[in-house]
Design a protein around this ligand. Structure first.
Ligand code: IMP
Ligand code: MG
Length: 336
């Protein structure tokens, strides 16, 4: 039995989806349940020739054996959710907690129409901020009040805790990243909720004593979308020279890119209660590492980078992603 949380250590888009996919295939969880804010999160999925931005269904859907869940802390946009379960063919194994807050069209209009949210903060315009505000005011609807969601409703907290009681493995997926946590991030340039590991546990109704591992995912070159401080940010020209430009999944905005921030990695690992770390994009530090699956195939430059990251984080780096494919990863967890 084990319960593992996977969260983003920087500003989101660290490649958590890829880490979740790999860990799921290795550890074979019976349930993969997501926490986090709502459909402001996104990760890209390729189906045939087309790329889709998945925003509600857990990114663990790529592991076909698991039941997929959305914990009660997460905001649900029923339109987005229903489109995705059909697109991904995941209708029969995806469940939503009846207590999830609902995003209405009006929340999206208020998010997009707000100069403060849209322009000053640089929100994703997906309605999450206004929907969480209404939830705190206790005026919003819950998932159990929406007939279109009737077939999907469950008690995620109960299902997850029962699975753990039976000795099964559960993966809890975080979204966003530490730097945009409402409590610990660069306020006011943050999202509308905490994004740390404790919040992801709470979102799913899992008590802190039941968590065995917290894997914090860090990107070798961190990125940020939207406004707000980013101390290691590089110029667009420099990211161009390095050939590492990126665009957002939800908003298609160009992501701001920076270099490794050891101080932030340390602080983020501490507050997340990191037990082990994943580093993604090591092939960007040294392209010679692309696709490596064996630690010995990493170059000196990459190994030095990992050693420095481990010192900053204060915990072992056990997963090193070397490319976009699920198989392009070095997994050292067995060596702990
Ligand atoms: P909101 O969460 O849409 O209100 O946006 C607030 C801030 O959080 C903006 O800077 C967004 O770009 C950022 N943000 C929200 N969700 C994500 C995410 O999943 N990845 C990266 N940035 C995000
Ligand atoms: Mg993303």
């Amino acid at each position: 039995m084990s319960c593992t949380i996977i969260v983003g250590g920087f500003f989101g888009d660290e490649g958590k989806g890829k880490i979740v996919a790999h860990v799921a295939h290795q550890d074979r969880p019976s349930i993969i349940s997501r926490g986090g804010v709502g459909p402001n999160a996104g990760h890209t999925v390729r189906i045939g020739e087309k790329a889709y931005g998945v925003r509600m269904v857990p990114s663990g859907f790529v592991y076909p054996e698991a039941t997929l869940m959305i914990g009660s802390g997460v905001l649900v946009d029923p339109r987005v959710f229903l489109r995705e379960v059909d697109l991904l063919g995941a209708r029969d194994r995806t469940f939503v907690d009846g207590r999830c807050g609902i995003i209405e069209e009006d929340h999206i209009a208020r998010d997009k129409g707000s100069q403060h949210l849209r322009e000053k903060i640089g929100s994703t315009g997906t309605g999450c901020g206004p929907a969480n505000a209404d939830r705190v005011l206790r005026t919003s609807r819950q998932a159990k009040d929406v007939p279109e969601l009737a077939d999907f409703i469950t008690d995620v907290a109960e299902d997850v805790n029962c699975a753990l009681d039976k000795g099964e493995t559960v993966l809890l997926e975080g979204t966003q990243g530490f730097g945009i946590s409402l409590y610990f991030g660069t306020y006011p340039y943050v999202t509308s909720k905490d994004t740390s590991a404790s919040q992801i546990a709470a979102d799913n109704g899992v008590g802190p004593t039941r968590i065995d591992d917290v894997i914090v995912v860090f990107k070798a070159y961190p990125t940020r979308v939207g406004e707000g401080p980013f101390s290691t940010e590089m110029s667009v020209e420099r990211s161009h020279e390095l050939g590492i430009e990126e665009f957002g999944t939800v908003t298609h905005r160009q992501r701001r890119i920076g270099t490794w921030d050891g101080k932030m990695a340390h602080y983020s690992a501490m507050i997340n209660g990191c037990t082990q770390a994943a580093i993604t994009g090591i092939d960007r530090i040294d392209p010679a590492c692309f696709g490596a699956t064996d630690y010995d195939r990493l170059t000196g430059k990459a190994k030095d980078f990992i050693a420095q990251a481990e010192e900053d984080i204060g915990k072992p780096v056990t997963l090193i992603s070397t490319g976009p494919e699920m198989s392009q990863i070095i997994d050292l967890r067995g060596e702990l």
